[in-house]
Design a protein around this ligand. Structure first.
Ligand code: 4AZ
Length: 285
C-alpha cells in the first residue's frame, strides 16, 4: 500500500512539474519544416539587406564550405562541401513533397550573396538517410553526390568531419552559417551570408526542455546549440555547425528560432551511426 501511494505521488508530481514548466505564455510550436521551406520558396526572393537570428554579415571566403541548395533556382536550404565530389545536407530538405514538380536541384558554391556570383553545380544523386523520419526528425542527413567535382579555390573548399564518437561538450564555441531567416516568421531570407556564433548547449537540459515544453524527444543523433539571442532559423536547414574548423552538426529543426530555453537542434555528426553512414556513402570519408 505504501508503494501504491508512492507511485501515485510520483505520477502527480511529474504531472505538476510538466504542467508548470509547459505553461509559458505562448507555447512555441515545433517548426513544420515542410511548410517552413515552402515559406521561403517561389516568389519570395530574398530582400537585400534584411540579417541566422542574431548573426552578422560574413564573407564566403571565411566559410568556403558553405553551399546554397537551389530547387529550380530558388534557395531552400544550406549544405556543406565535405570533399570534391560530395556535399552534406539535411534529409528534410529533400522529402518527396518538397521535390514534387522540381525540375532541377543544384548547389551554389563560392558566393556570399544569394542573388549573384558563385558557381552553380548539378547534383548526380541525393542519398537521404534510410532511417530519416519526419515524425521524429531522427537521422536528418543527406549526402549529395555531385555530377562534377567542385573546383577548390579560396572561396570553395571542404570542411573536415569529426571522428566517430567525438562529442562536443557543453559550452563549446561553434559557428553556424547560412541564408536563413533573421527572425522567426520573417518573410524574406537575407541576401548576404550570415554567421552566428553559438555555444553547444547542455544536451540533457536541452532534451528535457524539448520534452516538457514541446513534447519532442531528442536522441543521441542530435545536439543542441544556440540561445535566445543567436540561433539558426528556417532556410539555414542543411547547413553546417562548425567548431574548430570541423563540422559537428547539420541544421535540423527547432521550436521557432532563438526561443528562450529551446536551442536549435542539429544532426550529431559525431554519433557513430551517423558518422559511419557518411563514410559508407561517400567512398569512405
Ligand atoms: C527550419 O525550419 C528551422 N532554431 C531550422 C532551424 C531552427 C528552427 C527551424 C533552429 O528549417
Amino acid at each position: 500500500m505504501r508503494r501504491g501511494k508512492a507511485i501515485i505521488f510520483v505520477v502527480v508530481l511529474v504531472f505538476l512539474v510538466n504542467f508548470t514548466i509547459g505553461s509559458g505564455d505562448v507555447e512555441p510550436d515545433v517548426q513544420e519544416r515542410n511548410s517552413a521551406v515552402k515559406l521561403i520558396r517561389p516568389n519570395k526572393l530574398p530582400s537585400p539587406n534584411s540579417k541566422i537570428v542574431g548573426g552578422m554579415d560574413t564573407d564566403i571566403a571565411r566559410y568556403p564550405y558553405q553551399l546554397s541548395v537551389r530547387l529550380d533556382g530558388q534557395h531552400v536550404c544550406g549544405a556543406s562541401i565535405i570533399s570534391a565530389n560530395y556535399a552534406l545536407s539535411a534529409a528534410h530538405c529533400f522529402v518527396r513533397e518538397i521535390l514534387e514538380g522540381v525540375k532541377e536541384v543544384t548547389v551554389v558554391s563560392g558566393s556570399t550573396y544569394l542573388d549573384n556570383g558563385g558557381t552553380s553545380s548539378k547534383i548526380r544523386s541525393i542519398i537521404s538517410h534510410p532511417n530519416y523520419s519526419n515524425r521524429t526528425n531522427e537521422f536528418d542527413i543527406a549526402v549529395l553526390r555531385m555530377a562534377d567535382p567542385f573546383v577548390f579555390n579560396e572561396r570553395v573548399a571542404a570542411i573536415a568531419l569529426p571522428q566517430s564518437g567525438a562529442q562536443p561538450s557543453a559550452g563549446t564555441d561553434a559557428v553556424v552559417t547560412g541564408w536563413g531567416l533573421l527572425q522567426s516568421g520573417a518573410q524574406n531570407v537575407p541576401n548576404t551570408l550570415q554567421l552566428g556564433r553559438v555555444k553547444v548547449a547542455d544536451f540533457r537540459r536541452c532534451r528535457r526542455s524539448y520534452f516538457f515544453r514541446v513534447r519532442t524527444k531528442l536522441t543521441g543523433r542530435m545536439i543542441c546549440a544556440g540561445n535566445e539571442i543567436t540561433d539558426s532559423c528556417q532556410g539555414d536547414s542543411g547547413g553546417p555547425l562548425a567548431a574548430n574548423n570541423v563540422q559537428i552538426g547539420i541544421v535540423s529543426f527547432g521550436a521557432g528560432c532563438a526561443t528562450p530555453g529551446l536551442p536549435g537542434v542539429y544532426t550529431n555528426l559525431g554519433d557513430p551511426s551517423i558518422r559511419s553512414w557518411i563514410s559508407e556513402n561517400t567512398n569512405s570519408l
